[in-house]
Design a protein around this ligand. Structure first.
Ligand code: SF4
Length: 413
């Protein structure tokens, strides 16, 4: 059974995604109604189109539900059809559409609801009330309280703007799950997305999946999240885990390569500043472009790693790591091990991890699993031990059903 903290983290994530989903549903409905595109879908009547949208089942906040009701009403849908779509009775829709009654209700009977929404909700409610008294006219449909103010504008590596829901609370690390990064209990993604183009990339699978669309609005295009920079300062280790070293470790940019050539110095500098300001964490770094580490101010507690899957990356890894000093751990990830690798020397690494390729579902189709032959693994294991490294062989190598362990017999069998 997962811990309460993990389940609670999932709950918060689900709530964030669901808030984004209902917002998108409202925006798309607005676009389709205003452009008239709903008629291109084969609906003969506006009521049929509105009834086909299960808006109420998305759990909209009350203010948004009312905006949706007004929107549909303005485009000619009946109150019964609107109610069916919004998950309320036609009488409720009727009441919601009467500006005098609904305003009075909002102002005098439901202050607690307003307080639960963001500050701008209050500002908007107050300003619409002021307009009422000044003009003595019915107010226009209020702008949904969750709209613009609840969104941030993030930038991709090429400077394109991407809207992203504004987090409700302080930024913190995410708790990790599964064997993927079992030695760290946290992950932190102030940058997401990567352009290395590895066919097997599990991060791309996640970032481009339908279920994660809301969390990765740019898909796997590199995107900077400055709103996450305070996570090292804000995250607190639960009391019962204070003695567990894994809870001091955070995998930085598990959904990106922070040191890819396309990442600006400015992004890297801001992430490093944040790490250096909170030096008690052990930051686990990993890149396929380790030359970029050289000359950077690396946190003393960092585990500085590079990922080598093919022989072409060996030289750059060896050259860079000969120049890196003053960090807690220098590590080499041979995951997935796709070729028999020849290193001149492994003594510049403290720790070597060897892993297999697991099956992933990429946007252009499935990429099958691959288990490296035992010989490739064994030779690297021996070389690493002789160089004084610690070695971690992932269960997906030796426990793979495709692992052919040596099975030789003198004279045949
Ligand atoms: S370097 Fe890592 S994050 Fe980037 S594409 Fe390859 S596996 Fe994915």
């Amino acid at each position: 059974m997962e811990s309460a903290e993990v389940r609670y983290g999932r709950l918060l994530e689900a709530a964030e995604i669901s808030g984004y989903t209902v917002q998108r549903a409202y925006e798309v409905t607005t676009e389709m109604l205003e452009s008239g595109d709903w008629q291109k879908l084969g609906f003969r009547k506006i009521d049929d189109f509105i009834r086909s949208i299960p808006f109420g089942s998305l759990g909209p906040p009350e203010s948004l539900r009312k905006s949706y009701e007004r929107l549909a009403n303005d485009h000619g849908a009946t109150q019964r059809a609107i109610g069916d779509s919004a998950g309320v009775s036609a009488a409720t829709v009727n009441r919601d559409l009467r500006p005098d009654v609904s305003d009075e209700t909002e102002q005098s009977h439901e202050p607690a609801l307003d307080q639960q929404e963001d500050e701008l909700t209050l500002v908007l409610d107050v300003s619409s009330e002021t307009e009422h008294s000044a003009d003595a006219k019915p107010a226009p449909a209020p702008m949904p309280a969750w709209q613009a103010p609840a969104m941030l504008t993030l930038l991709t590596h090429t400077g394109d703007e991407v809207s992203y829901p504004k987090p409700q609370g302080k930024a913190t690390f995410n708790q990790t799950q599964g064997d993927g990064i079992s030695w760290a209990s946290w992950s932190w993604n102030p940058v997401t997305g990567c352009l290395h183009g590895c066919r097997y990339c599990y991060a791309r699978e996640i970032a481009t999946s339908d279920r994660a669309k809301a969390s990765f609005p740019a898909g796997f295009t590199p995107l900077f999240h400055p709103e996450r920079l305070d996570a090292p300062a804000n995250t607190i280790i639960p009391a019962k885990h204070r003695d567990d070293p894994a809870w001091r470790r955070v995998f930085v940019c598990s959904m990106a390569d922070l040191y890819g050539r396309w990442v600006s110095d400015e992004w890297i500098s801001q992430v490093h500043e944040s790490m250096l300001d909170s030096p008690d964490w052990q930051y686990i770094l990993l890149t396929k472009f380790p030359a970029r580490y050289v000359g950077l101010d690396l946190p003393a507690g960092a585990w500085v790693g590079t990922s080598v899957d093919e022989q072409k990356r060996v030289r750059i890894a060896e050259d860079a790591f000969r120049k890196i000093e003053g960090v807690k751990v220098k590590w080499l990830s041979l995951e997935p091990l796709l070729e028999p690798l020849e290193f001149d020397d492994l003594s510049m690494f403290d720790w070597v991890v060897i892993g297999a390729q697991t099956r992933t579902h990429q946007p252009d189709g499935a990429v099958e699993a691959f288990t490296p032959p035992f010989d490739w693994v064994a030779r690297l294991y021996v070389q690493a031990k002789e160089a004084g490294c610690m070695v971690h062989i992932k269960p997906n190598v030796l426990q793979s059903p495709h692992m052919a362990l040596p099975n030789e017999y003198p004279g045949g069998h």
